[in-house]
Write a protein that binds this ligand. Sequence first.
Ligand code: CA
Length: 328
Amino acid sequence: MLKSLCRSLCAVAALCSLAFNGQASADEHDGYKTVPLRTHSLYQPYLDSDLQSRWFDFGGTTIIRADQYIRMTSDRQHQTGWLWSRLPLTATNWEIEFEFRIHGDGHLHGDGFAFWVTKDRATAGPVFGSVNKFDGLGIFFDTYKNNRPGVIFPYVMAMLGDGHTDYDHDTDGKEQELGGCSARGIRAPNMASRAKVTYFQEKFLSLELQYKQPDSWTTCFHVPNVTLPAVGYLGFSAQTGELSDNHDIITIAARNLYTSPTAPNTDSGKKGKKKASKDGYPSYDDRHSAEGGGWGWFFIKLVLWVCVLVGGYVGYTLYRAQQRQSRF
Ligand SMILES: [Ca+2]
């Protein structure tokens, strides 16, 4: 009797500790609540003990150096490599931050790498190592200027593919561009760069880059009213042709984002200045002041309350049982 009660108490304690861990991982970040998405994150040593990754597939010329990087292409001609999540991203709103490094010898470099969230996955092709006429989002880190007069390279641009439209290499995707920026320092021989892609369904898609100095983010683009396919796989691919470079992915940190749907319009002044943009959503610059909350928090609080109640009950029963035992 006493043993089984002890076991119950341990189980409740474990459940509560899980809930607390969940609470700890629900981080406040840029005004949103964020929860890490393990299924779409990747860190050293990248592989499990059986030399597989539970959540990602690798292919083409990709090589993995467990303590350093995932190298999609080496600094050699005609290489094509990729990595893709095994599961689709099902989070409605998400943020994917990744660290990468583009480097190599020689004076001319190419062709660059791509970040993908698309309906299809894991097929090599001519657009920075993946298929053309894709359905979903591609963000291209283009290090070779084919033909785009007046634009400084490397150039980073996003394209929303509809499954039919071609990416045009000859004009570096000028006609297909959704948003983009020049990022001269992104190809750095001695330093890794970072990118952070943030997507709020039907609200916006943004890209921030970190390459000038550590902890300093530069907004590359912020495009309102973007809707991606509801289900898309996360991928990275890279390609070299006549020109070459090492294209390395170092870490991927994916996060689920959520915020209270009513927060933007309930300006109670509790947290100081908080204003909503025209669409009733906190403007990009005011994200720091957006109040969190939402169903995730509600759920965590609910679990904690249940833990307290059940813990109290089990503790009391245990106490009663001990009393009874000491009586006999
Ligand atoms: Ca190009």
